[in-house]
Design a protein around this ligand. Structure first.
Ligand SMILES: Cc1ncc(COP(=O)(O)O)c(C=O)c1O
Length: 419
């Protein structure tokens, strides 16, 4: 049993009770999945009444509250005649072409490097695609030994899901201040690389906002090719950045000669276009993997409805709304900087929309903030693996700057008063 599984079992007494209490035979590995961080937060704060007459500020969930571009409502209203049709699982030719063209523009790739029909597959949001990447890649054994899946620690909860269900050993790689909030690629043990089937990376990283340089991505790709594993790079925050646009893994593939072997990238409209409810994204990369991904999804994937693909196509073709969205986030980081600079280890994250604040004890801080200030934040430990010695998220809280700047300012002012 991996460190991840042991930690999850210890942490989630509820999961054990859940598994023990079942009368029916189900996949017992489910009990090894860590409890959902928001369910844990709900339980932590359930008994706490926030101070009366204080409107709550919800900064725990990364759900963008900026407006969805108006073209979505218009195109949906115009495409009512399409709801009766089954959409193609792989995406319409127009949708895939828009995704391929966006990748080419965004990462300055040469024409022809990304072909819509060979390298791109529509996803009903990246969440399901990231989960399925685990089902796609985890073999029975690698090099005659139990397979390993590598994840950053802390990480987006979903990365651990399919590997645990598929029976892989999940090995987490600390992404702390000391390692620039990304996993230290030089510190991965050779026996883990040898058994590795899949390595999830996130850039810009949730929660820390760190951006992997092109050199870092090239190194990760070379590792994947040298040790025969799949590198899944979650780039869903790539359009929310402070300075220069974050490089992407396909750009690194181009720099390495243009081959897409071993690499998959995941993109989404949820953050880029404030369209989390549309459930639209895509996966792109290695054509052999994409073909097998399509095969897997023909069994268990959710197609994106045609009206949504139509609207999503228009969103991938438009940059104006993305520019103004980015400007809104920059303003909120200005708001945060004026209030928090010099406190709680504040740094201005180069990407994404989270603050990752060192408050000493994230769980205690979350309780105090809810009780005394009606500000809801996520304890960092809830999105990181616990080890016997410690949890790299324990000292932190994560705040999502997804509301308007007035609300963000109010939340941060209260945080400063209370902590
Ligand atoms: C790091 C990361 N990846 C993927 C997702 C999933 O995004 P979606 O399924 O909306 O595309 C999220 C959502 O919060 C996320 O934080």
């Amino acid at each position: 049993m991996s460190a991840y599984d042991v930690a999850a079992l210890c942490r989630t007494g509820r999961a054990r009770r859940f598994a023990r209490g079942l009368r029916l035979p189900i996949n017992s590995r489910l009990a090894r999945l860590a409890e959902n961080p928001f369910a844990r937060l709900g339980a932590l704060l359930a008994e706490i009444q926030p101070r009366a007459n204080t409107p709550p500020v919800m900064m725990s969930v990364g759900e963008p509250q900026h407006e969805t571009p108006a073209l979505v409502a218009r195109l949906l209203a115009e495409s009512g005649h399409l709801w009766n049709r089954y959409p193609p699982m792989q995406g319409t030719p127009e949708y895939r072409a828009a995704c391929a063209a966006w990748l080419q523009r965004r990462y300055r790739l040469p024409p022809g490097m990304i072909l819509a029909e060979r390298h791109v597959l529509a996803l009903s949001g990246t969440k399901e695609g990231l989960f399925q990447a685990g089902l796609l890649t985890v073999p029975e054994a690698k090099a005659g030994k139990p397979p390993v899946v590598l994840l950053p620690n802390p990480h987006y909860l979903v990365y651990a899901g399919a590997p645990v269900v598929a029976g892989a050993e999940v090995v987490t790689l600390d992404a702390t201040a000391e390692s620039g909030f990304l996993p230290d690629l030089d510190a991965i043990r050779p026996d883990h690389l040898e058994r590795c089937a899949l390595f999830y990376l996130c850039t810009p990283a949730n929660p820390q906002g760190a951006i992997a340089s092109r050199a870092y991505l090239e190194k990760a790709i070379k590792l994947a090719r040298d040790w025969d594993f799949v590198l899944a790079v979650d780039e869903c925050y790539c359009e929310i950045y402070d300075g220069t646009p974050p490089p992407g893994a396909l750009e690194a593939c181009f720099a390495l000669g243009g081959d897409l072997r071993n690499v998959l990238v995941f993109h989404s409209l949820s953050k880029r276009s404030n369209a989390a409810g549309m459930r639209c994204g895509f996966v792109a990369g290695d054509p052999d993997l994409i073909a097998r991904f399509q095969h897997l999804r023909s069994y268990g994937g959710a197609q994106v409805p045609l009206p949504l693909q139509l609207a999503a196509t228009a969103l991938w073709q438009d940059e104006a709304h993305v520019d103004s969205n980015r400007a809104l986030y920059r303003r909120k980081f200005d708001v945060a900087e004026t209030r928090l600079a010099g406190r709680f280890g504040f740094y201005r994250p180069p990407g994404g929309f989270f603050l990752w604040l060192d408050v000493g004890d994230g769980e205690q801080a979350a309780k105090r903030l809810w009780r005394d200030a009606a500000v809801r934040v996520l304890p960092g430990a809830y999105i990181a693996e616990s080890r016997e010695s410690d949890n790299p998220g324990r000292r932190y809280i994560r705040l999502a700057l997804v509301h308007d700047d007035m609300t963000v300012a109010a939340g941060l002012d209260r945080l400063r008063q209370v902590l």
